[in-house]
Design a protein around this ligand. Structure first.
Ligand code: SAH
Length: 261
């Protein structure tokens, strides 16, 4: 096994996972190949793993003897769910467990990792953050979209679409005016509103746009269209969550960059 071989030669010693500690970790976008070594090691040494709906089966199957606690939560649910999760983390830590809080992607990117870390600080529970590859970058790269490309963009915007149409909504027109590509998490349900708001903000209907469903997994689907057609095309293809929406010139690079391997 090349991987086991490489690991045996690697001069890397993960930090010690102590009983009573919580590690807030990101499992990446789904493919176990996108796990970091420290997260892989944490999965193998945790006593219990409190995981989200976005953590893939393939990643969970690494856990040997750890107790698995599902803390699935999908957009739009009330915040009491979140309080239940933090309470559970605190209880498990106080019971002397090594608690791995495992989230999809990176825990600090639209993953409420900041809130959970804050609750742990307030409860006096020692914790550590283990970053993960966020779907908005790793998922894009795997699907053939460069997040930045010289000559196309000098910035990239990561946005959430979950609040579209509410009082807390993002100012999409302001984002549109930057002319920089926008990667939208949790945006599928509100895609009609978002596409309309971006066009109202000045992005033309011919702006390249894409949707990546289940990025990096065996079920990945990529749909490339433009801002004017993406809503109808995504619905015709029955694209479902989890999905990322990508808008801007970087989308057009995919055709040129298609790898053969
Ligand atoms: N912390 C996560 C994001 C959580 S918010 C991260 O860093 O990736 C949940 C949203 O992430 C989903 O609605 C979707 O937009 C996006 N997402 C996460 N994993 C994904 C995947 N494998 N494919 C496509 N989108 C994904």
């Amino acid at each position: 096994m090349m991987l086991a071989d490489a690991l045996s030669r690697l001069d890397y010693r993960p930090a010690e996972f102590r009983p009573g500690h919580v590690w807030l970790a990101g499992a990446g976008p789904g493919d176990p190949g996108c796990l970091t070594l420290e997260v892989l090691s944490a999965i193998a040494s945790a006593d219990c793993i409190v995981y989200d709906a976005l953590v893939s089966e393939a990643v969970l199957s690494i856990a040997g003897k750890a107790e698995l606690h599902f803390a699935g939560k999908r957009g739009g649910k009330p915040s009491t769910d979140q309080e239940d999760i933090t309470r559970r983390l605190i209880e498990l830590a106080r019971a002397g467990k090594r608690v791995l809080r495992l989230k999809g992607g990176d825990p600090f990117i639209f993953g409420r990792g900041g809130e959970e870390a804050l609750a742990l600080v307030q409860a006096g529970i020692p914790f550590r953050i283990l970053p993960g590859l966020t779907s908005g970058f790793a998922g894009l790269a795997r699907a053939g979209f460069p997040a930045t490309m010289r000559g196309i963009n000098k910035a990239v915007i990561l946005a959430t679409g979950h609040a579209a149409g509410t009082e807390e909504d993002t100012d999409w027109a302001a984002l549109a005016r930057t002319g920089q590509p926008i990667v939208i998490y949790m945006g599928l349900k509100n895609l009609p509103l978002i596409a309309e708001a971006l066009m109202a903000g000045g992005l033309g209907p011919s702006t390249p746009a894409a949707v990546i469903e289940q990025a990096t997994t065996a079920n990945q689907r990529v749909l490339v269209a433009n801002l004017g057609t993406i809503v109808d095309e995504a619905s015709a293809a029955a694209i479902a969550a989890p999905a990322l929406i990508v808008i801007g010139g970087i989308v057009a690079m995919r055709e040129l960059l298609q790898g053969s391997a």
